[in-house]
Design a protein around this ligand. Sequence first.
Ligand code: ATP
Ligand code: MG
Length: 300
Amino acid sequence: MDTREVIDAARRLADRHIVRDGAGFRLSEHDPDDVWPFGKDGKDTARDLLADGVRVLSEMQDMLYAQDRWSLLAVFQAMDAAGKDGAIKHVMSGVNPQGCEVHSFKAPSAEERDHDFMWRCTRLAPRRGMIGIFNRSYYEEVLVVRVRPEILRGQQLPRELVTDAIWEERFQDICKYERYLSRNGTVIRKFFLHVSKEEQRRRFLARIDDPSKNWKFSEGDVAERAHWDEYMRAYEDAIRKTSSEHAPWVVVPADNKWYTRLVVAAVMIDALASVDLHYPELDEAARARLAETRARLVAE
Ligand code: ATP
Ligand code: MG
């Protein structure tokens, strides 16, 4: 497929999963096992398409970097074992490492807790020309922190600021921040890798049974799993309250890894295709200087 065809196909796939307006969003209307427009045996076709996608993404990233005006922020959120790491690894495999940075956000350190909740993320937002990937993000502050009240109690917030309105306030702050970033040239896409509880169970078992995967398993993941329904409600609410035209969520079906990766690649391509990427063009005077320099080099 040529570049134009890849971009068109990426748009069709992206459109199916993107949430630009969160009003009325329901997670239950999104099937984690969806593989549209493929069949269950679509793996091989998808692999070829992903290779095309990775090539086009790399071309676009080269232009993004050269142009040095726009940046792309891709936020990844999911339950454990949904495939964040694998999706990031595969989709970014063809991209020049110099044009891309990945930041993982775990439980915050003492220094991080001493600041406002977005501080540790905002200082790592991508520079112009860069693709920035957040493997978890400030969204944890309305997800794990909401599901686990003891975390909120452990934050050093002034008591009178912690009210029942805190989640709505955080949603507002996040929306304003994303609006601000997009007005400064950052294209934002937020991925929720939507895995089913049953598929997570299978993947945890595989991590226990296969010694080469044991390192990926932690007892804590099973403890979080016990709060599954609360997490799903928190994700649904976050997607409702923070989806927008300029910072949409993408609900990525995550029960089939090959499909997850293809959708993520498609959305990244579609996001970059939404802005006017091009190599910097020289003006008349710069072109004349270049011609002179060329002539001197040829004459050497
Ligand atoms: P994997 O488990 O695949 O290695 P991961 O992203 O789950 O990847 P972990 O080492 O498990 O990485 O650490 C992430 C944990 O930190 C998650 O359970 C997450 O909820 C938690 N976390 C992230 N941000 C915050 C936060 N702001 N407050 C409290 N906990 C947080
Ligand atoms: Mg984990």
